[in-house]
Write a protein that binds this ligand. Sequence first.
Ligand SMILES: Nc1ncnc2c1ncn2[C@@H]1O[C@H](COP(=O)(O)OP(=O)(O)OP(=O)(O)O)[C@@H](O)[C@H]1O
Ligand SMILES: [Mg+2]
Length: 333
Amino acid sequence: MEDVLIKVNHISKSFRIAKQKQGIINAVKQMIKPNYILKKAVDDINFTIKEGEMVGFLGPNGSGKSTTVKMLSGILHPDQGSIEVGDFIPYRDRKKYVSQIGVVFGQKSQLAWDLPVLESFDLLKHIYRIEEKKYQDNLERFVTLLDMKDFLLQPVRQLSLGQRMRADIAASLLHSPKIVFFDEPTIGVDVVGKEKIREFIVELNKTDRITMLFTTHDMQDIEKTCDKAIIIDHGTMIYDGTLASIKERFGNTKQIEVTMDQHQEIVTIENVSIENVSQQGDFKYRFSYEKNKISLDWLMKEILSTYSVKDFSIIEPGIESIIRKIYEGQVMI
Ligand SMILES: Nc1ncnc2c1ncn2[C@@H]1O[C@H](COP(=O)(O)OP(=O)(O)OP(=O)(O)O)[C@@H](O)[C@H]1O
Ligand SMILES: [Mg+2]
């Protein structure tokens, strides 16, 4: 039985936002007697993560992901509730705690802007008091795995976004933390770069048994690296479970794509929506149905007895389309 490593107990966090009205008079009024409203960014979030687990943390823009990551990494203090990571309380034990974790905020580099990458790493070696052997081993491994050889001597400000992100990820791991919080570590990175980052993360989880919480807007990131997903919306948690069970529970709409051997009159079938997806001279139609209303066998028989079919394939709903529907409120959790 794996041990629980991260305990998030009903945390909430609000921000005070200035309630500014338009116009100079209101700006003056605001200066004299500021008017604030409270915005609840995180509202009673509660979950646990076990040692070695890779968790995808999902939610639309402004749903409270970064705020939660900031509380987990000790930068922000929750207004209510508490967090325990191993023996630490992040926001209380911040000084000791940071040496135990790795953090990447994809939107903001933590490297020294004007220094070459390698010098920036060297600076971290001193800040974290990383012992030389460990530093050299990690450096060598990360340079190879993340393909960083070509830009190690370039100043950080000259790097492309994908290179900068790889450097930031390596930097967050030089001190061999066992727990990492990655907030959008693939944002703006091209397909090849993303793949490299994902492979690296998976490799690290295997070899070093790293525990990870990973926010992203790219479902492929999650599908390729995580076993579990937590989904939040408007600061509240709407899902906590395996990716497989998201598909199981919410992947109710299935599709069959049928290629006909010629143009045919399309007959409506009750509870089935039919869409023409023909391209360049073929005759392709997509039949969508709810698997709790209609069986695949029945629908296939219906199609085969009505049309002259050349080919067909069954399309399972991808995690991406399911998550999109969850965000859009089309499926209730
Ligand atoms: N320092 C702050 N001051 C005031 N409001 C804030 C602050 N930080 C976050 N917020 C507000 O809290 C809410 C949650 O923000 P957060 O950055 O956690 O969202 P997110 O899920 O990370 O979004 P995204 O996917 O766009 O990164 C938003 O409404 C945001 O405007
Ligand atoms: Mg964010």
